[in-house]
Design a protein around this ligand. Structure first.
Ligand SMILES: NC(=O)c1ccc[n+]([C@@H]2O[C@H](COP(=O)([O-])OP(=O)(O)OC[C@H]3O[C@@H](n4cnc5c(N)ncnc54)[C@H](OP(=O)(O)O)[C@@H]3O)[C@@H](O)[C@H]2O)c1
Ligand SMILES: [Zn+2]
Length: 336
């Protein structure tokens, strides 16, 4: 089969021929149809994620069809349309978690990191990681919902914001463009914050009520004019960019960090204590949360806006994502 792998930290995306893998007893083999390219794939490519064994096939926004099942698998059958995502976080109570070794937590089974992912014609997945794709969604529509979708949907639905609250989405890429749609469909007064004017029109079409250009406007002042944000969903891969908007939080406001960055946040304790403000992080979710994300997307009409590339053009697609020029998710297809 054709697959795309990274052979060593900081290595290129190489198109290679590999044997089609065989599933273990409690696993399935998926014939991959589509796989989104998430900014988090850069953590694996650049060697920034602990414990990865190379060569590794990236990709954790996967949609396809079950091709064959392991001998102990009863609920899932060949031909089922399934999706797999970042099976996120860690349980906190297994042996690995007690050692502080979160990467080997059995709950955190992450395609493209702890096992080979979806930049390939076929892949193996454990049944716990599977979500069923509704008929209304194509493979290319379902794939980005498995990480960009679930992460923003799940963070927002658990955020404590109520209908009508001001919710700001900071950073409009793969996650942000879905975050805007989910926030708008959940009934929040949705604000998009991005750098420059070029995304404004598209973002308003996706449901943002307000647009703040952080290059020409001061996001803090603009949020304060709206009464402050109950939630700021930080999807930027930059702690600095998240720090810069904290002053726009309302009383009881919360910054939810979903963008990955090792830059520290700069927080004023007085600003936080005086307004009961908070910061929190959010990892993607479980396969049940994935299933909910797919169902809500069907119910509400949320769809990713994609740029599609054949598997062989993984490098071009990845570079487009990293440049911030993708509108808004680059997705690989295998032709299956
Ligand atoms: N928590 C989780 O479970 C989870 C899940 C998936 C992804 N992530 C992380 O979430 C982040 C976003 O992923 P993505 O796939 O949406 O990435 P993406 O498609 O590359 O979009 C990121 C957007 O952030 C903005 N941005 C980038 N660098 C910035 C900087 N230095 N300062 C300010 N804004 C900047 C850009 O938008 P503008 O130019 O419009 O500002 C860019 O389009 C990544 O860090 C990724 O690793 C976390
Ligand atoms: Zn991701």
């Amino acid at each position: 089969m054709r697959s795309v792998q990274v052979s060593e930290p900081k290595g290129p995306l190489e198109v290679v021929e590999r044997d089609i893998p065989e599933p273990g007893a409690a696993q399935v083999r998926i014939k991959v149809q589509a796989c989104g390219i998430c900014h988090s794939d850069s953590l694996m490519k650049e060697g920034l994620f602990p414990g990865i064994q190379y060569p590794r096939v990236p990709g954790h926004e996967i949609a396809g069809v079950i091709d064959t099942v392991g001998k102990d698998v009863t609920e899932w059958k060949t031909g089922h349309r399934v999706a797999v995502g970042w099976h996120g976080g860690h349980c906190g109570h297994c042996e690995s978690c007690r050692r502080g070794d979160f990467v080997t937590c059995s709950y955190a089974q992450i395609p493209g990191f702890t096992y080979d992912g979806g930049y390939a014609e076929y892949m193996i997945a454990p049944t716990e990681a599977l979500a069923s794709i509704p008929d209304e969604l194509s493979a290319t529509e379902a794939a980005p919902l498995m990480c960009a979708g679930i992460t923003t949907y799940n963070a927002l639905r658990n955020s404590g914001a109520r209908v009508g609250d001001v919710v700001a989405i900071l950073g409009i890429g793969g996650l942000g463009h879905l975050g805007i749609q989910f926030a708008a469909k959940m009934g929040f007064k949705t604000v998009a914050i991005a750098r420059g004017k070029d995304k404004e029109e598209l973002v308003k079409k996706l449901g943002a009520r307000y647009y703040i250009d952080s290059k020409s406007q001061n996001p803090v002042e603009e949020l304060v004019k709206l009464g402050g944000a109950k939630i700021i969903l930080g999807t930027v891969p930059s702690g600095k960019a998240m720090s810069a908007v904290l002053g726009g939080l309302a009383i009881n406001g919360k910054l939810i960090m979903i963008g990955a960055s090792d830059e520290p946040l700069e927080v004023s304790p007085i600003f936080f204590l005086s307004g009961r403000r908070s910061v929190a992080g959010w990892p993607a979710g479980t396969s049940i949360d994935s299933q909910d994300t797919l169902s809500f997307s069907v119910l509400s009409g949320v769809r990713p806006m994609n740029e599609i590339f054949p598997l062989e053009q993984a490098t071009e697609a990845y570079d487009l994502m990293m440049s911030g020029k993708a509108r808004f998710r680059a997705v690989l297809t295998t032709g299956h």
